[in-house]
Ligand binder design. Sequence first.
Ligand code: SF4
Length: 335
Amino acid sequence: MRPGPVLVIQTAFLGDVVLTTPLLTRLAARHGPVDVVTAPTAAELLESHPAVRRVIAYDKRGADRGLAGFRRLTERLAAERYDAAYLPHRSWRSAALALCAHIPERIGFDDSPAALLYSRRVPRSRAGHESARLLPLAGPAQPAATDADMQVALTEGDRAAADAWLNGHGISEPFVAVAPGSIWGTKRWPGYAELVANLAQPVVVLGSAADAPLAADVAAAAPGRAHSAAGAMTLRESAALIERAQLLVTNDSAPLHLAGGVGTPVVAVFGPTTPAQGFGPRPGRGVVVQRSGLWCRPCSPHGPQHCPLGHHACMQQIPVARVLEAIRALPGGQG
Ligand code: SF4
């Protein structure tokens, strides 16, 4: 009997979806291209990925919220008769989706709160980069992850849109990209405008539509030299802009992982989180700037919206000079 298709359920944040791409590649090598349930914001990223057969968008906080949306999705998944569901996101909802869709093999990590719903529990390493920590889900004795494993698959159309935007704004290479936003308030380093004013190169400011006011303020620090693309590009087109950039300066947020997925070096400014949590630049692919020796770091897995101590020293005490120094330490990053 021909084996059925396999499913990956990854409805976490955008950056987590990028970090799951090496796992998708390993699973596709074994089973053929996989289906993925993911959030609508991340669907576009996976639609072009060679390891993905089909993307199923699940808007768990919007159109598909509540029991009705959950049931609609389980019925759809059950009709596909998947052999196995891989569950990198350690959530009750992901596990319950796989169980209620009658998927016989449900493979997840043993430290998940939903582990009792899995049919196979895989030990999860606490050390190493998250993109590598997910690989044991694909089976034992996985070869080590390489930079090429993490991939944001861009189309010629994505690259053409990025080039058209750069040409339209009179920006020639080399340029620096900066991504000042984050959905978590304490992860936003407040020094971007001053940084941009002190750079010599053209600057492209990236972000979502929600980041557009912040990005406009940052771009205004260098009129004519810095331009905001926030909200003007699709996710993959933004990744194509990052691909063209000499380097990206970013917080601990999704653009950091997009840069990893297109092979662009990063300067990553970490505040309430630390790279030791597993979500920093991949080894050799960037420089981290952080306030060392602060007892309260890390104060949460994601970074809270507001500093519980009120001073936000983890970000406020990172001077622009340190980020400029980090830029200069990267190949070609003369700042
Ligand atoms: S508690 Fe510490 S680590 Fe957390 S936001 Fe405040 S200064 Fe940063």
